[in-house]
Design a protein around this ligand. Sequence first.
Ligand code: HEC
Ligand code: HEC
Length: 457
Amino acid sequence: MKTMKTLRLNIALMAFACSSVLAGDGVLDLTRPANYANQPVPAYIGRDNTTAGNAITDQGATLGRVLFHDRRLSRNDTVSCSSCHVQSHAFGDAPVASSGVNGTTGRHSMRLINARFANEVRFFWDERATTLENQTTQPVKDHVEMGFSGSGGDPAFADLVAKLSAIDEYRVLFAMTYGDAAITETRVQRALAQFVRSIQSFDSKYDIGRAQVAGDAVNFPNFTPQENAGKQLFLNPPPPPGGGPAGAGCAGCHAPPEFAIAPNSLNNGVITRIGGGTDLTNTRSPSLRDLLGPDGQTNGPFMHDGGFTTLAQVINHYNLIPGDNANLDNRLRRPGGVQSLNLTQQQKNDLAAFLATLTGSAVYTDAKWSDPFDAENRLSLIVLPADSVRITDHGNGTATVSCAAVPGMSYRLESCTNLKSWSTLATVTAGQDGFCQHLVAVSDTTFYRYAYEPPAP
Ligand code: HEC
Ligand code: HEC
């Protein structure tokens, strides 16, 4: 039997930056991407704002994950998206205002979980971004947040493109995702939007109950009597003008099972601006899922101004809307005045108990959404795993040299007889099955290896 010798080449690319806060293990195996594209979504979830032509792929969301956690997306390498959208806070932030490269934000950071499952396709508290794709580079180009504004002495987005184009990992990641290494704003937006849309949370107590019944109005078997009572208050419309038994009307704008905002909502009477003044433009809310973390603590203060630190304060706000304003939603108006629900303390507690059932768990810790960089802010990409070159002898004088690799990326198949002077035998593109394969003539004196170099800038 003929013996064929193999060698593998595992290229790990390294990049360095200066500071460190949060740390992952610093290694991303691109030959075995995490599952972003085919995550299970409960059958009762009906909304999906995925932009036509930008469905989540494992490759695109992986690139998005790296961009999301990379501080080099800010002008001085100190702020990443994840600085203000923290995984342990359901991708929201604890402070009222978050810190960017030039001061603090004008509004409170928003939790990003389940952004995909909102009927309202416009983003930000005031809905000024027309799509999630369009939203994702606005923080990069914001003078306060990440600083590539292109005005007032700030570098421009084109400078960020040049900066990223000089980084080996990005040449690999863009080539993996888009077939070539070119970096454009559109490509950055599409990858970031895929990553954000992939962040989903459907393992709450609410979901366990909802999966067992025909609809939201039915009592959930896994709920306490108090949680079921709170659910009913959330669902039922507020008292009619003449009074009478009713609910708190929350579902009128935050409908289950997504708990996203009604696209036609106007403001809810919270009109304070951080730092003073009035702001009537805030008509969007993140999903009411994961208001609290698994530990029962809030994932940051509530509303665009971060003005409420407890659910009790939120409920008291709706119990008696503080006053009318020109952009107050009609659902919160009453003839001659504003909504007054007259909830009892017991009802307020019930409502809060129900809101607490909307908290999931996996989203807070799942590695696929976590920071991939290590403590020194380095990232190594595995593009060819160790020990993965195989030779299959077909018994007819030919053999296949195969190797696990990143689908769609092109590798050099190299050979030599002396382990010194390697020459390129072929350029091989890995198939969607994640393997490079090439047919060679059987020889017991030849070594083979697959090699990869990121495309030139
Ligand atoms: C300095 C803090 C900060 C940074 C950095 C930051 N954000 Fe935000 N993010 C915010 C704040 C504050 C808001 C709400 C702003 C508003 O509505 O005016 C927000 C809103 C959003 C929203 C809208 C969510 C919704 O439901 O409407 C998305 C999506 C988002 N950010 C994604 C990102 C991405 C992607 C990045 C990185 C490219 C990023 N953010 C960087 C603070 C930040
Ligand atoms: C008329 C539509 C409407 C109704 C009804 C309504 N909300 Fe809201 N809700 C909003 C809007 C708009 C915002 C975002 C307001 C802002 O930050 O300025 C919001 C924000 C919130 C937030 C803050 C979310 C966050 O991420 O900070 C909570 C919590 C909330 N609502 C709970 C409730 C509850 C509980 C009820 C029922 C008692 C309710 N809402 C009824 C429109 C509504």
